[in-house]
Ligand binder design. Structure first.
Ligand code: 5GP
Length: 140
């Protein structure tokens, strides 16, 4: 049994436009945007537009919609950053490493020999904006 969904979590606020985000892609069911504390250049997040905490309470339809967009974003960051691969991360509940309780999948472009950066360091907003533009161009 997981806790109830909190409609005031930060990603719900992003979806409602109450706080800004660097939008990359959206469809009827999902939204993709830049992670504000990126662990790799091009680190982005994919979320469902409808509420759920994580995979433990998500519906199969929410999971399917998110993964469809994860694949789109994986191709986009591969192209935008000439990456050699992509790492996906997804955490469930605090014990599982989750900090924001709205389902999300991390999409991290990877390069040979380049380790992920430690978590928790805020990006330079001009750099993040430029990286978002590269990803959007790759999607076009
Ligand atoms: P997780 O819940 O998977 O452990 O991590 C949540 C992720 O959300 C982190 O990678 C963190 O950098 C990102 N994050 C936290 N607050 C914000 C925010 O206000 N805007 C954006 N774009 N990302 C955020």
């Amino acid at each position: 049994m997981t806790a109830a969904y909190d409609p005031d979590n930060i990603f719900a606020k992003i979806l409602r436009g109450e706080i800004p985000s660097f939008r990359l892609y959206e469809d009827d069911d999902t939204y993709a945007f830049m992670d504000i504390m990126p662990r790799a250049d091009g680190h982005c997040l994919v979320i469902p537009k409808t509420p759920c905490r994580n995979v433990l309470d998500a519906t199969p339809a929410q999971l399917a919609a998110v993964m469809k967009t994860v694949q789109i974003m994986s191709h986009a960051v591969m192209k935008a950053f000439e990456a050699g691969g992509v790492t996906l991360q997804q955490f469930n509940e605090a014990v599982g490493g989750q900090e924001v309780f709205h389902l999300h999948v991390h999409v991290l472009p990877r390069h040979e020999g380049v380790a992920l950066r430690p978590p928790g360091k805020m990006a330079d907003m001009d750099v993040l904006k430029a990286q978002a533009e590269r990803i959007r161009a790759a999607l076009a």
